[in-house]
Design a protein around this ligand. Structure first.
Ligand SMILES: NC(=O)c1ccc[n+]([C@@H]2O[C@H](COP(=O)([O-])OP(=O)(O)OC[C@H]3O[C@@H](n4cnc5c(N)ncnc54)[C@H](O)[C@@H]3O)[C@@H](O)[C@H]2O)c1
Length: 334
């Protein structure tokens, strides 16, 4: 927790903002905050049924955001959508590691090729805008040392990690070569209201939350692995800081969270916060084991010192609000 003053986002009032993947978990939470701050927000999302987007994610925002259902692989739509925007939060992505192994070409098209084409239309039609890319800690692969800082070797262990790495570096390249103002946040496990809970496609924690709310046991695979978690409000704040601060341009930043925790301890904490529940511990399935990264937690000093970002919401508090959201709204997410 932090007692630092709230950052000043008044510069966002009246700004025209495009969020790709805006009907997804992080995009829709970001949209809510931006609308509150007085920005003019357009969401672009393909609503591909297997992914995390849903119109329920923007319930209550009707009439306050513009929604454009289109695919970031369609450069013609993007050419129109980026014009006149001040900021793009580029979050559209295929997020499943397993899906990227089973269907590598779709992951390549969305997480790599479409990223390049978004940057190309920005360069051609709106080179003055700022673009913040949602990257991932997955690009580090299995850590050589902990905590992992931004100088750690990039050695992805799955197709998704390779394509996200390329997507990230296209952004930095366009910043460095063409003067677009771009930066990337390497997110770790992000959780909170509107996260995917229907299955473990995006994160195991979503499925755990679903199961405890349904009063069903959940499974812990392994259990000793260490992880860090960022609550959604903290992640949203990092995106906003990266957007308004020119010192972010051309940079990549790790996000993280405290405390670092083993999956076994996280399972215990979830049951405790829920006031009951059960879990079973079992071996890692072989196909998951092959792409597992073992222990991971981030050194997030760079964003702390450059942009003054702090992780404010602790795990207990974050799990409490996430559970209370799904107790009320689970039917919309399963
Ligand atoms: N949630 C996390 O823990 C986490 C961790 C690391 C990185 N990220 C990155 O953050 C971004 C947002 O993730 P999220 O957790 O909100 O996932 P999400 O699945 O809820 O949101 C992604 C959104 O992108 C949309 N989308 C996918 N392909 C698209 C396409 N071709 N055209 C238009 N829209 C498309 C989906 O419909 C969905 O609404 C992703 O790029 C992801 O890689 C998330």
């Amino acid at each position: 927790m932090s007692d630092r003053p709230r950052p000043d986002f008044s510069a966002l009032r009246g700004q025209r903002v495009l969020i790709t993947g805006g009907l997804g978990f992080i995009g829709s939470n970001l949209a809510r905050r931006l609308v509150d701050l007085g920005a003019h927000v357009t969401l672009v999302d393909s609503l591909i049924p297997e992914y995390g987007g849903s119109l329920f994610n923007i319930a209550g925002l009707e009439g306050r955001v513009v929604v454009n259902i289109s695919d970031v692989r369609d450069a013609h739509s993007l050419r129109y959508l980026v014009q006149g925007q001040d900021i793009v939060f580029n979050l559209a992505g295929q997020t499943s590691h397993m899906d990227s192994m089973q269907d590598p070409y779709t992951d390549l098209e969305i997480n790599c090729r479409a990223q390049l084409s978004i940057l190309e239309v920005c360069r051609e039609y709106n080179p003055g805008l700022k673009i913040v890319f949602a990257s991932t800690r997955q690009i580090y692969g299995k850590p050589d040392y902990l905590p992992v800082d931004e100088k750690h070797l990039l050695r992805p262990v799955d197709v998704n990690g390779i394509n996200k790495m390329a997507g990230e570096w296209y952004h930095i390249l366009y910043n460095n070569v063409y003067g677009l103002r771009a930066c990337a946040l390497r997110l770790t496990n992000t959780y909170g209201p509107r996260m995917r809970v229907k299955d473990a496609r995006q994160t195991f924690l979503g499925l755990w939350i679903r199961r405890v709310v349904e009063e069903q046991p959940f499974e812990v695979w392994g259990g000793e692995q260490l992880r860090d978690f960022t609550y959604i409000d903290d992640a949203v704040e990092a995106f906003l800081l990266a957007a308004v601060d020119e010192r972010a341009n051309g940079q990549v930043f790790n996000l993280g969270g405290e405390p670092v925790i083993s999956l076994q301890d996280l399972a215990r904490l979830l049951v405790e916060v829920n006031g009951g529940g059960h879990y079973l511990t079992r071996e890692f399935p072989a196909d998951r084991k092959r792409i597992d990264i073992g222990d991971y937690y981030a050194d997030f000093n760079r964003i702390r010192t450059t942009l003054n970002w702090v992780s404010k919401v602790g795990l207990r508090e974050g799990l409490t609000s996430t559970l209370s959201f799904y107790r009320e709204h689970l039917t919309y997410y399963v």
